[in-house]
Design a binder for this molecule. Sequence first.
Ligand SMILES: *Cc1c(COP(=O)(O)O)cnc(C)c1O
Length: 827
Amino acid sequence: METTRRTTEPGYNAGVEEFRDEEYPMLKGSVYLDHAGTTPYPKSLMDRFARDMTCNLFGNPHSASASSQLSTSRIEDIRLRVLHFFNADPDEFDVVFAANATAGIKLVVDALRAGPDGFDYAYHQASHTSLVGVREEARNSLCLDDGQVEAWLAGSCPFGSDYGVARPALFAYPGQSNMDGRRFPLTWAQTIRQQGASGNKKVYTLLDAAALVCSSPLDLSCADTAPDFTVLSFYKIFGFPDLGALIVRRGAEDAFRHPRYFGGGTVDMVVCLKEQWHAPKTQFLHERLEHGTLPVHSIIALDSALDIHEQLFGSMRNVSAHTAFLHQRLYRGLKSLRHGNDKPVCTIYSPDPDQSDTGPVLAFNIRNGQDVWLSLAEIEKLATLKGFHIRTGGVCNPGGIASALGLEPWEMRKNFSSGFRCGTDNDIMAGKPTGIVRASLGAMSTISDVDSFVDFISEFYRDLSSQAPIPRQTLPPPNRPELVVHSIFIYPIKSCGAFQVPPGVSWEVRPEGLAWDREWCLIHQGTGRALSQKQYPRMALLRPQPDFDRGKLRVAYVGQALPHLPREIDIPLSKNPSLFHSFKSATLRSRSSRVCGEEILAQTYSVPEINDFFSGVLGVPCMLARFPPGGQGKSMRHSKAHLQKHQTQTAPPPIAMPGSFPSPPSPPDSDTERSATQRRILLSNESPILGITLPSLDALNAEIRGSSANSKTDISAAVFRANIVIGPAPDARTKMEPYAEDDWSSIRIGKHEFEMLGSCRRCHMVCINQETAEKSEEPFVTLSKTRRFDGKVFFGTHMGYISGKGQQQQQQFPTVKVGETVLPEWS
Ligand SMILES: *Cc1c(COP(=O)(O)O)cnc(C)c1O
């Protein structure tokens, strides 16, 4: 075939771009660097499989029909092919198909646990979570570092005399760490098994080969040295099918001699009624371990996967040489990046591929020129916008992460109790990263993938100045800028379009924010999670408009007409919707939901017309929910905004309870820090009111124009979804400096005081055009370069109304209006 690639020589890349476009059309415009997660499936694999499926009928095995016989014989052949792929002799090994590597591990655990005495367990520190969890089933368990494994290899069994000798033990370790690519010797399995044999405790060995086999041949040709159990997932090697396997050395089959549960297909005879008896199948281990109907079509797909992999990449040896070459290039590229002051940009946790045997995985973190760690969430946002597929976070490798980052168990518990969870935005805790960035390569990676990633890190994360930034001026300018309220917006339904308050209208300000702002949201019918424009950009095309005369919120859909859906719908403003003529039987039902990761109790509308409308427009089963002011408990939320380090105001000291221990100073970059006064909010992300200023927006647009030639139109204020847009007064003589709002402590709008609560952290949702719902790269890409402090990106300012200031009568009904004077105060 023409598409076969000689992928070993460095210059192979010539012409490979066409191969990529042809075989991986779904990756157009993006760079895939998450092979440790899974590998993309080539088009010819899907074509080959589709052909196999449409030319043949595969039935349920174990009957005499032609379709059933075909499945049976093909599965037998494929089982053998899998063994050959790993150089394993079918007389010495058996393959048990399982859903994935994890399911393969569980088969081993179930068998050992069923023994009369259970089992003891030791696992290497670099193990994947799926191996760590085995400890919960073991009588005793130990997590071993390299030194402890070495000691075991040298003859000192970690299971001393305190551990029952009759009880078997299991030793498990990864062939390659899924976190940093480190590889571990396959000889461990043999030596440790032998150590067990010479002592009197039986020791089984389990090799987690899931990461290793993606980019390396696994050779099981010598049954004496092979691990007893090897687990892997095929999707990681081929991209498809979603299937895994447990490969068992026949010499270790006795581990499965205490079966309990039996399912369809695993028995030769079952007696029920008066006697309870069954005869398990005896010839092959896989017959006893594959309960129920096999994933027939997935197994059949393996045939195509093996064919196409060979056709495209030759052999695993080729893949290994190819990925090793790229890995070295990536390692050297990232390692060479330096800030202007010569400090390294990347802190790399993976071993140097020139010095040790390492898989093509690079784990690292980024620090800015002032040694501040960058937030992983932030790196991921920008990488996603730029089309890179990478993984960040704890990557399912708790022991590896803890040792790479020097996290002690007490720190991890402390982080957990201060709200850290896998996958949250606050990934720098107490000045330390809690996870890593992982870039991993595979058979289809190219030189340009590697180079563009290194260029990306260089472009966005290198500080070229050699000095620390000069602190910005903190004194108020000699003449106050003359400012006014330029426009006012509310967003009645969270993440949907804006309603612009008409000029001349005085809009009520409440402690929770502007009246009617973010009082409703759309929640997923299944998970209860509040929907966001990030996943459903079309929400921008849903435009709510309050109509106080008729007592309703009219929501219009301004996108392309959809069949069977009205263009608009009315929602009663009243908290009791059954007062509304068309919703006589309507009720609001309390339902638990999640907003920005926080559990809340919202009132959902049980009105099919309403929910069908929103579900139809967005193409997701959702319902409307309301979160009115004045709730208690989980029907109430608090502001999370706080001053950021780049702002010059000093944050208010935390309130200490009399007699309590002084709490340790909270880390300066923790986002969980609460401001001393707990302000209530409705469904806005962080604070009652969000403000932006036009001089800052102008400065941003100038930057965008200056840096990217292809930005045709200016970014509009709407993308920031602010409530109050502040601009220069008409004929202003004193101008406002861009980003002066960072240093304001409060502002007076008309007769009312507002406290500035801190800069607003941004995500790539600002890249959604609020008119068209189309996504682009800007303004987030430029903000990442010009408005990043401590690794986070900011634009606009959180604020809240200060009650109790101003005159009595106005206090009772504070309002804001377009054109009112804005007077900033500096602290
Ligand atoms: C991916 C992976 C696993 C888990 O594989 P599943 O397919 O999710 O069961 C286990 N160990 C390692 C080293 C892996 O890379």
